[in-house]
Each structure stands twice: as C-alpha cells, then as structure tokens.
Design a protein around this ligand. Sequence first.
Ligand SMILES: *Cc1c(COP(=O)(O)O)cnc(C)c1O
Length: 405
Amino acid sequence: MTDCESIPFLDLVSPHRELEGELMEGVRRALRSASFIGGAVVAEFEEAFAAFCQTRFCVGVGSGTDALRFAMMAAGIGAGDSVITVPNTFIATTEAISQTGALPEFVDIDEHTYNMDPVSLKKYLEVHCILDANSARLVSRRTGRRVVAIIPVHLYGQMAPMDPILRIAKAFGLTVIEDACQAHGAEYYSLQKNRWFRAGCMGSAAAFSFYPGKNLGACGEAGAITTDDEYLARSVRMLRDHGQREKYHHEVEGYNGRLDAIQAHFLNVKIAYLEVWNEQRREAARRYRELLNGHGVGLPSNPEGNSPVFHLFVVRVNDRAGLMKHLAAKKIGTAIHYPIPLHLQDAYRYLEYRKGDFPVAERVASEILSLPMFPQITADQQARVAEAILEFIAQQAPYYHSVAC
Ligand SMILES: *Cc1c(COP(=O)(O)O)cnc(C)c1O
C-alpha cells in the first residue's frame, strides 16, 4: 500500500543521491591537498554565487547568522544603535542584530504576504521615532537609541516589498540589509527601476544561509554576504578572518567566520542545480494551489511583480493543531515557521514588548502551517497531502465518513 508511505516535510537524502560521486570527489581532493580553509574552491563559489545573485561581490562565511552579523558590522552598525526588523522570522535575524551591540526593534507584517508591512514601517518611523535636533539623527522613543537600519526578511522565499522599503529607508537615512537566507533566486519587479531584481542585490548588502535545508544547502554550516559595495565586501572579508588584512596584521578584532573549502565544494556542485530546483519548487507550489484552491485553506499570496522560490509552502487554517495531528496520523510531515513571534520569546523579555503589540504577526503565527515542500516532491505525494487536508476540513462538517488510510 504505497498510499500509506510517509511523506517527509523535507527530503534531504534524495537530492544528494545522484550527486554523491561528485560531492565525494571534492572531499578526496581536499584531503589530498590539505586545502580545508579558503583557497580557490571558496573563491570559485563566491564568484558563482555573485553571478547568480547579480551582484559584484560575494563573501563566503560560516553561516547565515555570521553573514547577517558581518554585513551589519561592516555597514557600521553597533553599540548604541537600533535596527528594525519583523517579529516573524527565525531568531538568527535578531541574534545577529544583538551581537553587533545594537538592539532589535519590530514592526508588524502584512496580513497576506507575511513580510514586512511598509505602512507599519513608515508609521513606526514617524510616530515612534523622533529626529534629534542636535545630531540630526533619528532616535527611537522606545530605546532612546539611534535607528540606523532596516532588515527586511524575504520570508518563505518571497521577497519583501523592496520598492517602498527602500524609498522609506532613503527618506529616513537608513541602511537596508536583506535577510535573504530563505530566498536564493527569488525575484522582485521594481516599478521604481522598471526591471526584475534578484534577492540579495537591492539592499546595501544581503545575507544568505546555506544551512542544509535551504534552497541552496551545504552539507554542514555555510553562509554568504552579497553586495555591490567594494568597501563593505572588504570589511566583511576582514571580519570573517580575525580582522586580518594579511596574515597576522589585524586591522580590527574580527571573528572566526570563514566558509570552509569542503562546504564550498559542495556548494559549487549544487549551485548548478539551483535554478532547476527552484523551478521544481514553483511547479510544486502551482500544484498545491490547484489542489487546495477554493476549499477554505488560506494559500500563500501571489502578488504581481514577485517571483518567490518557495523555500516553504505555508497555508493558513483555523484549527492548526487539529490539522497537524490529522496529517501526522497519515504520516505526513509538517512544521510551523514560526510558532512564537520573536517579541514574545523569553529571550526578548528584556525588550518589554507585550502580547498585542504586533497583532498581525501574532494572528498569523497561530494559524500558519508549512506543508511538505522540496524539489523532488512528486505529484502523487502532493495529491495525498491535499486529500488529507480536504478530508480534515470535510470531517468538521456533519455526516462525513472518512476513509482510513
Ligand atoms: C536560516 C536562517 C537564518 C540563519 O542561517 P544559519 O545559516 O542557520 O545561521 C537567518 N535568517 C533566516 C530568515 C533564516 O531562515
């Protein structure tokens, strides 16, 4: 009964099966040459990823969190500053802000895209910040600190509305750094500039993660910064390597945040498949839409001028716990990204936010569910996921008899 085989939330085994020979070859080469850190393999990947993102520079680092932190530090963000982001993101976004010495501050998200709401952003800057007459700088009433930057997160693989965000940032003199950790290859049509842009090339810099489950994943930890700013790229190169200009000449104190050569090799092999994998994700998203449309399931919004890469396929339902349980009983894996908005996490109690501060993010967090999504998911598997969801919805109506799997 193949019908009852489990469907994983994410399949990280299949994509590596046919690449195993190529992947292992690089490991052998690294062992034989003892080239583990930096070197030509890392440079090759940086060049390939910059080309993929349509930026001048890419700097490989140890993780997406490193990428966010180094990008911010290189942009001059640090102690005494406040940085604005959204409450519904992975905690790495705000960890990186805190690790620079800055404080995270939040603005609410859009009800449909789940990304930063530019209206909330503008309102926040106008109402909750003041222009300090002496320094001519924007100061947060909340923290008393200078507000210096915005980190829009391209959540689930869909780019945040960059035109209005960049316009607002310019008006208030703020730096924009993209958290593109879920959005390798996502595109956004800028009406301002009349062309499509890839994630990672609209802000001053962008951070990418190559955590194994991301659209482009290493076989371990890895990340990168993309930017068109040569000075910023150079700063990041120093920060990732103990602040060295050249060996043992430390211009600043830095970090151990390099991309290792074996991971760079894995990424070099896998980047050749990224466009195809993203297209397969888009195709899978189209199938989910067809299967689920019109049945009372909240589907991901599909705004014009936005071409997401569906890192996740997130639906919205009233009885999420019930649906999750129902799907689990059918051996269908699901997950929640993310169940608790950051402003309500214990880790941020000191920021003194309260329940109700970001009503959209809070409502969304209680209703979202991520369905199985990966390039190799089959139409049959998706049909079974959809069938199980529709069955659950029908079960809530009277006189419905479900068929046991
Ligand atoms: C994965 C992720 C990160 C962190 O990346 P790591 O490589 O795990 O450090 C940051 N932000 C978002 C939105 C992510 O999804």
